[in-house]
Unconditional design. Structure first.
Length: 299
């Protein structure tokens, strides 16, 4: 029986975060109690009657078999990495939702209902967030900006630090131009700027904290793809305890594996689709934490 089935990035929609994490996780799975690992691109999910299948490849004891079809319900653990092609996302999620959700690392509902940044504001995690407003109406967002202060504007479902702006309430023309440009593409999150001097990125797995690294910001964008620099750091006991609390909330919502950005005491972002934490941490410290991830999920 296949122990772990990975649904991975499609070749035409791949991203470096997923690819680097996939490689470490798949190797660790193969070494962990001699597991059989199956991998399939998102766009190779299909259904025959009421059975959900995927076409991909399997690996076991150093051997790889290509063009393997698997009934996904036969996998002990289903691990979705990345979101795949946008225009088929809901179709694939509807098929995966028919499977036993307890077998997923991150449940389908988390990808559909909690991936956008504003969605988490409607959960128990809202207590950890900076004050935020989500809308696709530039006039409404402008009303809040007019109250003054510094704000961060970001796409509600964005990633990699793209289209993230620092806005000052007094800069009327600059603010309005950005809002007119940004909100035409969908919902944006307007968030009170908080002190991110000590921002860290953490990996949490099944209620456990795996580790953290610091991020030296070169601008208001904290994402590594936007120029921030990771560094080795030792979080305080208070920070660690705080993140443990957040991890419990995430697990209760079906998110058992996520990289989260925290500028204590604020939770800034939760990334369950493209975490990329493992490879960065290994490059910084020389430590591969993927075995610890598997232990947290499987043991």
């Amino acid at each position: 029986m296949v122990a772990i089935a990975f649904l991975v990035a499609d070749p035409e929609a791949s991203n470096l975060n997923c690819e680097r994490s996939e490689s470490l996780l798949i190797r660790a799975c193969l070494a962990h109690r001699n597991k059989i690992v199956f991998c399939a691109p998102h766009n190779e999910i299909y259904t025959v009657g009421s059975t959900v299948w995927a076409r991909g490849w399997s690996q076991h004891q150093g051997l790889r078999r290509n063009d393997v079809d698997l009934r996904l319900k036969e996998a002990e653990l289903l691990w979705v990495l990345g979101l795949g092609i946008r225009n088929s996302f809901l179709d694939r999620m509807q098929l995966l939702r028919s499977l036993d959700q307890s077998n997923f690392v991150n449940g389908v509902d988390a990808f559909v209902y909690l991936h956008a940044k504003h969605a988490l504001l409607q959960t128990s995690l809202t207590r950890y967030h900076p004050y935020s407003i989500a809308s696709d109406d530039p006039n409404l967002l402008s009303e809040h900006l007019a109250k003054g202060g510094d704000w961060i504007l970001k796409p509600a479902a964005g990633s990699f630090g793209r289209s993230v702006f620092l806005l000052a309430g007094k800069e009327q023309s600059y603010r309005r131009a950005l809002l007119d440009l940004g909100t035409s593409k969908g919902f944006f999150l307007l968030q009170k700027k908080v002190d991110t001097t000590h921002e860290k990125r953490w990996l949490v797995v099944n209620n456990r904290v795996i580790g953290a690294y610091g991020k030296k910001l070169t601008s208001h964008r904290g994402n590594l793809h936007s120029g921030s620099t990771p560094f080795v750091t030792e979080p305080s006991r208070e920070e660690h305890s705080h993140v443990e609390e957040i991890a419990i909330h995430l697990s209760d919502m079906g998110i058992r594996y996520a990289a989260i950005d925290v500028a204590h005491p604020y939770l800034l972002d939760v990334n369950l689709a493209n975490p990329g934490w493992l490879s960065t941490y290994r490059e910084l410290t020389g430590r591969d934490m993927s075995p610890q991830v598997l232990s947290a999920l499987l043991d």
